[in-house]
Design a protein around this ligand. Structure first.
Ligand SMILES: [Zn+2]
Length: 164
């Protein structure tokens, strides 16, 4: 580590500051915000099919049970906006206000909030793993079946997960 090296703030500072402002105002237990570019989730955001409200959440939940358990509020979607812009920050805080812990930025990346950085990373990692499972099925030449609504509802009931 070079002690005197200048450290430039992230280009997504507007989103991080806006969201932390909201978390503090709400007395939220969430203390961190994470922005990253997970390849498979970004790839899916290039299809209109997955940009409909909660279409991606339901597909990702249905790929493997842990997704719903680790990301029980699902994945919000924010349409493409200029990186680093105050508009992107506003759309992100709006999506989080609708009850999501993780938001997908179309053709760009994800933004997650949680109690600590490992929990935030875990949410993104589990969502991206589900995306990888889906895309692996597609790469093998079939549309992955996914768990049924009944199976997912059973999971939510037994593990007391929020119902979306
Ligand atoms: Zn970015």
């Amino acid at each position: 580590m070079v002690a005197d090296a200048p450290v430039a703030p992230t280009s997504e500072l507007p989103a991080h500051l806006a969201v932390h402002d909201d978390l503090l105002a709400q007395g939220s237990p969430c203390r961190v915000s994470l922005h990253t570019h997970p390849i498979e989730l970004v790839a899916l955001s290039h299809s209109r099919r997955w940009l409909e409200e909660d279409a991606l959440t339901r597909m990702l939940w249905s790929m493997i049970p842990e997704t719903r358990a680790f990301c029980p509020r699902g994945l919000g979607v924010v349409p493409y906006m200029l990186p680093g812009s105050v508009e992107l920050a506003a759309a992100t805080r709006s999506a989080l206000a609708r009850g999501y812990d993780v938001v997908l930025w179309e053709k760009h990346g994800v933004f997650a909030v949680d109690t600590d950085i490992l929990e935030a990373f875990d949410q993104v990692d589990v969502l991206n793993k589900a995306a990888q499972i889906y895309l692996s099925g597609k790469a093998m030449g079939f549309e992955p079946e996914g768990m049924s609504d009944g199976q997912m509802n059973e999971l939510a009931k037994v593990f007391s997960l929020p119902v979306k």
